[in-house]
Design a protein around this ligand. Structure first.
Ligand SMILES: Cc1cc2nc3c(=O)[nH]c(=O)nc-3n(C[C@H](O)[C@H](O)[C@H](O)COP(=O)(O)OP(=O)(O)OC[C@H]3O[C@@H](n4cnc5c(N)ncnc54)[C@H](O)[C@@H]3O)c2cc1C
Length: 849
């Protein structure tokens, strides 16, 4: 309210100043010009409309001396504008010269980098770069849906798998999945979700694939990590898209049946994040293969961290291919290439294991010394030599949207589901701990973030099923969903206190917490993804003009290049001016008059996204124009711009998810929390960007156009947080919707089912407990300190009935079953520990058992 008053006063002051210098008509004229810029007209339409307006202004405008000079200035400007409409002229005078300088500033780009940049498609991410996103593009997309067959798989084999898992046995005792689980995964097609039906695979939609991972992940992260890998970037995916027919016919059915277990080996001791710098080589040479002299590859490689490698039967291998003797053609350095190497090939060393943070999915090193294989081991055959990097980045744009986001979301759903119930049943200071404001705030964050993660996962999977290969969103999901997962995992640990810290069969959170850094590190470590990839790739791929300008500037057909560059350049200039005006107007009006696709409770969030989109697009242009290639080195600035883009993307996913679920009113507090949280962060990151922008003058100008009223957007309120916490501390429909697809069947070994059972029982147990407290404890009729004694005394005193006493006893027993933690004899912990002398000899008198 205060902000609105300040704005009105400011606007009135500016209007007054303008009218004093020029008059009311000058004010109207300026407003009309700003409106034209806001509306983003083409240069010709703008010039024509400007001409009419200026003529009218000249005739009817004020006739003072300053107004006269101002009009002359405007007529000169108009003349220049008309000149800019003469394309041959502007090409000769402006475009050609500018293009020369532009080419010099353009950072050199390797083939590899270009392929990475061009991989995948541009989707909603592109709209957010325009400053005026077209909501119909997002909202008209069909909500993702499971087919009958996919639903049956989730309810059938997927549930059966979850039922048979004993995560403590897997993670602590065995350090692996038991043989019957391996067999079940292979025989039921868990490793074949992306393999087409014609090869015996399940050919699931991206959405179904994601839901399966989320469910399995809610039960065991070791198993979900194992399932994720064969369905992600690896042999099956690469064969599907690039394999030769006989390679597909040989491998895909075997992979679908689980007769082959794949892994994909890219990372090595010297090449981690900078994966394109792998030193592993494949040299084309002649050698003996099955007794015959053959032209093949001699491979030398050393890889580490390779998931499934210890048990893999076929290794997808990335290496640099060289042809020094020019046996295949003229090029000696062919570039990164991918091949499939059977485990038993001479020279391959495989089988040892790494131990990733107590989550013992199979992971280990693979080495190869002078391994000779024929050329048709290359995926796609010799014609695909050197195409490896393109293949990897193209497929990453899909895989990265699914595996980690789905596993992490499944984990977050399970953690939020458990925490809502646990904080309701766990009492301290005579209150459920979840009712304390401090815990409430943490629960609210868990709910809001889990909803955001789920929205991003499901809406983006839906887009993939609609034919997109969204490469920039895949990086955004990878980074933000796993970072949110880290917060949710920490929060869940905190609200559970010691219960979550003591590992054992009764601990349903510890392994999920431990695995978080794995998700943060793999498929592009998070710091790198945030600092370099999201904005770096987005700025070129999604910007409506940058890629067009770069391609035009590099076009060897100079005439065509200049023409294309000219169109892009002048489009770009108009775009930047329009975004500056749009940013200013929407920031001043808090986007109240911006068009939104809905009129309900979510309208304001749509409007704010459009506002931030204009501010973001303007800031991006100023940054790119002034910093050029140096922006790549200013990682913190790029990262902040990437955050703004991601926050807008995620908030859009939240709104679309709400629509997809039929706009349930009950979920509105969560939608509001999620959008507020994201848009507040977008504002903070823009603020941080401006504070750190090296050119302080430009930073000031940008601040005036982006945040003229200061930081007006506020984070979710405490009151809102309370509503979110209530939604998961009660057995509500919102809780069910939020945590859909986790394994919560009621059975003795499933904590998620047991927690729900007890949460439902609190509805009847709490009023009885309250009566005991009010009528018994406070009046002195009940003196026992613990609930079982209190029940006994309350029954004797006639405060509760026999039936109520029985149900409360049963409730208390179930609550304590959950609250209790495991303890162990010392020798049960540590693989080499032996029973201590004290344990072995009770005679010592200090028997510990
Ligand atoms: C459990 C596990 C499973 C894996 N599975 C596989 C697999 O199946 N196949 C496979 O090929 N690989 C696999 N990996 C490898 C994984 O992809 C790499 O660990 C990852 O790419 C990071 O490499 P690194 O660990 O060597 O970290 P480094 O490259 O050493 O990076 C260290 C830190 O520096 C940061 N950093 C690096 N460069 C930059 C930069 N330019 N700007 C900002 N920050 C930067 C990174 O973000 C990271 O935080 C796995 C790894 C693990 C741990």
């Amino acid at each position: 309210m205060l902000g609105a008053v300040i704005t009105l006063v400011l606007l009135a002051a500016v209007a007054y100043a303008v009218t004093q210098v020029g008059g009311v008509i000058t004010l109207l004229f300026i407003a009309a010009i700003l409106f034209l810029a806001y509306k983003r007209l083409s240069l010709l339409t703008f010039t024509a409309t400007f001409t009419v307006l200026l003529a009218a202004y000249t005739v009817f405008g004020e006739a003072s001396a300053p107004a006269g000079a101002w009009k002359v200035f405007l007529w000169v400007m108009l003349a220049l504008l008309w000149l800019l409409n003469v394309r041959p002229l502007r090409k000769a005078i402006i475009t050609r010269r500018f293009m020369k300088t532009y080419l010099k500033l353009l950072p050199a780009m390797s083939q590899t980098e270009r392929e990475a940049l061009e991989a995948g498609t541009v989707w909603w991410d592109g709209e957010l770069f325009t400053g005026a996103p077209k909501w119909a593009k997002l909202l008209s997309a069909k909500p993702p849906q499971l087919s009958q067959e996919e639903q049956a798989f989730l309810d059938g084999p997927c549930d059966e798998l979850c039922r048979m898992l004993d995560d403590w046995d897997i993670t602590h005792k065995r350090g692996d999945m038991p043989p019957h689980v391996w067999d079940f995964l292979k025989s039921k097609g868990f490793f074949a979700m992306i393999i087409p039906k014609q090869y015996g695979g399940l050919e699931f939609s991206a959405y179904a694939h994601s839901c399966v991972l989320a469910k399995v992940s809610s039960r065991s992260v070791t198993v979900s990590s194992t399932v994720a890998v064969p369905n992600s970037l690896g042999p099956a995916e690469l064969l599907n898209h690039y394999g030769m027919e006989d390679q597909k016919n040989h491998y895909l059915p075997r992979l679908a049946r689980g007769e082959e277990v794949p892994c994909f080996a890219l990372t090595g001791p010297r090449a981690g994040s900078d994966a394109a710098s792998i030193p592993d080589t494949g040299v084309v040479c002649r050698g003996l293969w099955q007794g015959k002299e053959t032209v093949g590859l001699r491979l030398n490689f050393s890889k580490r961290y390779i998931t499934l490698a210890p048990v893999a039967t076929v290794i997808g291998l990335a290496f640099r291919m060289f042809d020094p003797e020019k046996l295949l053609g003229e090029r000696a350095d062919l570039g990164i290439t991918c091949a499939l190497i059977p485990r038993g090939t001479a020279g391959v060393t495989i089988g040892r294991r790494h131990f990733p943070l107590n989550v013992p999915f199979q992971n280990g090193p693979v080495q190869g010394k002078d391994v000779f294989v024929p050329l048709d081991y290359i995926i796609g055959g010799p014609k695909m030599a050197g195409q490896g990097w393109r293949m990897l980045v193209e497929q990453l744009s899909v895989g990265r949207c699914i595996s980690l986001p789905s596993n992490t979301t499944g984990g977050a759903k399970a953690a939020t589901w458990a925490s809502g119930a646990y904080t309701r049943i766990r009492r301290q200071f005579n209150m459920p701990v979840g009712k304390f404001e401090g815990v409430e705030a943490v629960l609210a964050r868990m709910v809001g973030l889990t909803y955001t993660m789920d929205a991003a996962r499901s809406v983006t999977a839906g887009a993939i099923d609609g034919g997109e290969k969204p490469s920039v969103p895949s990086a955004m999901l990878k980074y933000h969903v796993t970072e949110m997962g880290r917060i949710v995992a920490n929060d869940a640990m905190d609200v559970h206190g010691g219960k979550a810290i003591c590992l054992g069969p009764k601990n349903y959170l510890g392994r999920g917490y431990q695995v978080v850094p794995v998700a943060i590190t793999v498929e592009g470590a998070n710091i790198l993804t945030r600092s370099l990839i999201i904005f770096g790739q987005g700025a070129v791929r999604c910007h409506p003009f940058v890629l067009r300008e770069m391609t035009a500037a590099r076009n060897p057909d100079r005439k065509q290049g200049v023409g294309d560059f000219d169109r892009a350049l002048f489009g770009h200039i108009g775009f930047t001016i329009s975004n500056a005006v749009r940013s200013l107007i929407m920031a001043l009006t808090l986007a109240r008059f911006t068009r939104a696709p809905t009129s309900g409770a979510t309208k304001r969030y749509y409007q704010h996204i459009v506002r931030f989109s204009a501010s973001f697009a303007f800031a991006v242009d100023v940054a790119m124009l002034t910093l050029g290639g140096y922006l790549k080195k200013k990682e913190n600035l790029s990262a902040r711009l990437g955050d703004v883009l991601s926050c807008m993307y995620l908030a859009s996913m939240v709104l679309k998810h709400h629509e997809n679920q039929g706009r349930p009113d009950a979920d509105l507090p969560i939608v509001e929390w999620a959008c507020r949280n994201l848009l507040y962060r977008a504002q903070e990151q823009l603020h941080g960007f401006l504070r750190n922008f090296p050119n302080r003058f430009l930073a000031g100008v940008m601040r005036l156009l982006i945040l003229p009223r200061g930081l007006t957007y506020s984070a979710p309120s405490d009151r809102l947080g309370l509503s979110l916490a209530e939604l998961v501390m009660n057995p509500t429909e919102s809780r069910e919707r939020l945590c859909r697809f986790i394994y919560k069947t009621l059975e003795p070994t499933n904590a998620l089912g047991l927690l729900q059972e007890v949460l439902v029982l609190t509805q009847t147990a709490e009023p009885i407990e309250k009566r005991i407290r009010v009528e018994g404890v406070k009046t002195g009729k009940v003196t026992a300190l613990e609930l079982p004694g209190q029940i006994q005394q309350a029954l004797a005193a006639g405060i509760i009935s026999e039936t109520e006493a029985a149900s409360l006893r049963e409730y208390d027993r179930k609550v304590m079953e959950i609250i209790n933690v495991d303890d162990f004899a010392p020798h049960e912990l540590g693989v080499q520990a032996q029973p201590s002398a004290a344990q072995a000899s009770p005679v010592s008198g200090i028997h510990v058992a």
